[in-house]
Design a protein around this ligand. Sequence first.
Ligand code: ZN
Length: 236
Amino acid sequence: NNANFATPADGQSGRMRMFLWTFTTPERDGALENDIVTHEMTHGVTNRMTGGGTGRCLQTTEAGGMGEGWSDTMAIWNEQDSAATPDFVLGQYVTNNPAGIRTHPYSTNATTNPLLYSDLQTRTEVHAIGEVWANMLFNVYANLVHLHGFSANARADPTTSEGNVIFLHLFIDSLAIQPCNPTFLNARDAWLQADVNRFGGANACALWDAFASRGLGVGAANHTNSFLLPPACPSS
Ligand SMILES: [Zn+2]
């Protein structure tokens, strides 16, 4: 009941392993669920792009937790087909369970998914931490799509300016900017810097709005929430 991805340093091939899941008879193959394949492949991307290609820069619990979160987030991104941003459940097929393999659906609704930055005080397993990060990024995604619309061709054409295209640029750009073994704060700041670098900071308030809504606002530190926006950003 698992899958994994090994990421050696640049110059050597990664290795993805997909296993059978035993919740059903017959057993189900994770290779047949896009969520699982995309999640694993994205480990290769985030491990390679963080900290200069050593494949050794998501080693702390918090950084490894974000590694799981980026992987879930890419699965969400890859499976969108309209500007709607409905709740997303990961791993429904392999488990044959509408609740999937995470504790909450990813959601813009804070009742459906109440996870906050401060949940890192008690969530100490990497996938549990990843849920907090992925839900923040799903809210970033929703803000950008609501602002800039949706490209149905984003998987093939990165040159347009819709929200889901902008999101993937910032996702990838931020990985190379952040330090080795980043914290949530480092990673948030890397998204903001990536937006400055590529879009002149045009999306700063959309990013802050999402991060702050889940406790990663101005002044967040040491797994203590802040819901504050910078003075330049209107509260929503
Ligand atoms: Zn994973």
